[in-house]
Design a protein around this ligand. Structure first.
Ligand code: SF4
Length: 64
């Protein structure tokens, strides 16, 4: 699994960093997503999927 973030459509809502802080952070200037860990450990894959599902802008996708 690999997380792909499109920062051009991210609205900086922060749901991803709230849902999976081990995988996502936000840019301190504009709030857009920063992927801390593009390839989650097996135990982190479920929270990665939740974060993608909760993103309101569709900025996050998962490449299986
Ligand atoms: S949840 Fe989506 S819109 Fe919000 S910061 Fe994360 S990637 Fe951006």
């Amino acid at each position: 699994m690999k997380i792909i973030a499109n920062r051009d459509v991210c609205v900086g809502a922060g749901n991803c960093a709230f849902t999976a802080p081990e995988l996502f952070d936000q840019d301190e200037n504009d709030g857009t997503v920063l992927v801390i860990k593009e390839v989650p450990d097996p135990g982190e894959e479920e929270s990665a999927r939740e974060a993608v599902a909760f993103c309101p802008s569709g900025a996050l996708t998962i490449d299986e």
